[in-house]
Design a binder for this molecule. Structure first.
Ligand SMILES: Cc1ncc(COP(=O)(O)O)c(C=O)c1O
Length: 379
């Protein structure tokens, strides 16, 4: 059974999370990265077992890292060394802590725009500068541009790499990651990699963990995106051999953030959630094809190249004549919520991000609403 087809709209509308409560009830939400799926059975069981036992105290042990290690071995032919991992509250808090470990307070942070908006917000709220290195027109790392950005950011800067890349779904190759490592070494830039979308790749595509290519980096991984566990906070920070001493300096209190029940859920996902994940991945392959077909027939002026990873679709709506924020018009005239491209940084104007972790019916309805917004047939 495809988990993306299990829940109907009236069930989803009962949810109280951000995706379902931020906009008024008549708006169809296909924006924030939550999945419209029931929990994977092993994850639900881990949580209900904990509740039945009253096992809701403080966390202990390394089961989360061990589960990720087994998952990585099987799927990517690589595993983190458990002794070089630390549990952090979530990926973005982990990213911030990694910055503190490897760079000065005011060190700039290089990002590949368009990129997940908190990459700007978290960096700026730390009082640091973001240096943009836009992706190429085919959404791959543009190495001459990255080199210029490293040069501008200077020695001691940090590069926050998103792998796979949100919102374009780019899955970086081993050769690209090796080139990143070489460039970062040459320019004295430290690499922090957000690999939260790692389990979510299209069929036939291989995710390459950055630490399998370079030992001098820190990675953040989590079951949060692939198993829809954002409400059950827990993530892993992982050091390569040459960054082990950096991670060893992580203040102990950071480990007080993640929740024990969250850790149990994430552990069960990596340990026992593989079959469920495979069903989701098959469903996402279908949804990417469906979206491409729907756009070709309903909105042929929208540019879409199906990503190789994540469940997000990055849509070029510049030819629709809806201005710099088509998302606003889709919402106002079509009552459908997608993410506006502008907060994703330079080059985001005229783009929207759509979430495909939902049923074919909802994707179809969302595209129809977007088309109606363009035709002016809705309010
Ligand atoms: C690239 C990326 N990093 C981090 C996050 C947020 O993760 P967390 O809730 O663990 O901070 C997301 C959520 O969508 C994401 O897409």
């Amino acid at each position: 059974m495809n988990p993306l087809r299990e829940l109907k709209l009236d069930q989803l509308k009962q949810r109280t999370s951000m995706k379902w409560r931020y906009y008024p009830e008549d708006v169809l939400p296909v924006w924030v990265a939550e999945m419209d799926v029931p929990l994977a059975e092993p994850v639900a069981r881990a949580i209900t077992d904990a509740v039945a036992l009253g096992d809701t105290g403080y966390p202990a042990g390394t089961a989360y890292a061990e589960a990720l290690a087994a998952f990585g071995r099987e799927r990517w032919g690589w595993e983190p060394a458990v002794e070089r991992t630390a549990i952090v509250p979530d990926v973005m808090m982990g990213v911030v802590e990694m910055f503190r470990l490897v760079s000065a307070r005011d060190a700039p942070v290089v990002v590949n725009c368009p990129v997940y908006p908190p990459f700007y917000q978290f960096v700026e709220s730390l009082g640091r500068t973001v240096v943009e290195a836009p992706l190429s027109s085919s959404w791959r790392i543009d190495f001459p541009v990255l080199e210029q950005a490293f040069d501008r950011a200077g020695r001691g800067a940090v590069y926050l790499l998103c792998s796979p890349h949100n919102p374009t779904g780019t899955v970086h190759t081993a050769a690209e990651l090796a080139a990143v490592a070489e460039l970062a070494d040459r320019y004295g830039v430290r690499v922090v990699v957000d690999e939260i979308h790692a389990p979510l790749v299209a069929s036939g595509v291989r995710f390459v963990p950055y630490l399998s290519v370079s030992g001098n980096a820190l990675s953040l991984m989590s079951a949060s995106k692939a198993w829809n566990l954002a409400g059950l906070k827990a993530a892993l920070a992982i050091a390569g051999p040459e960054a082990a001493e950096d991670l060893a300096r992580l203040p102990e209190e950071v480990g007080h953030g993640p929740s024990h029940v969250g850790i149990l859920a994430h552990t069960a996902a990596f340990r026992d959630g593989g079959e469920w994940l495979d069903a989701v991945l098959t469903g996402l392959d279908e949804n990417r094809r469906l979206l491409a077909d729907l756009l070709a027939s309903e909105l042929p002026d929208v540019g879409y190249s199906p990503g190789q990873g994540t469940y997000l679709a990055w849509l070029d709506c510049r030819a629709l004549g809806l201005g710099e924020s088509p998302a606003k018009e889709f919402l106002r005239r079509g009552r459908v919520a997608v993410n506006c491209g502008i907060p994703f940084g330079s080059g985001g104007e005229g783009f929207v991000r759509m979430n495909l972790a939902t049923s074919p019916e909802i994707i179809t309805e969302a595209v129809e609403r977007m088309a109606s917004a363009c035709n002016g047939t809705s309010s």
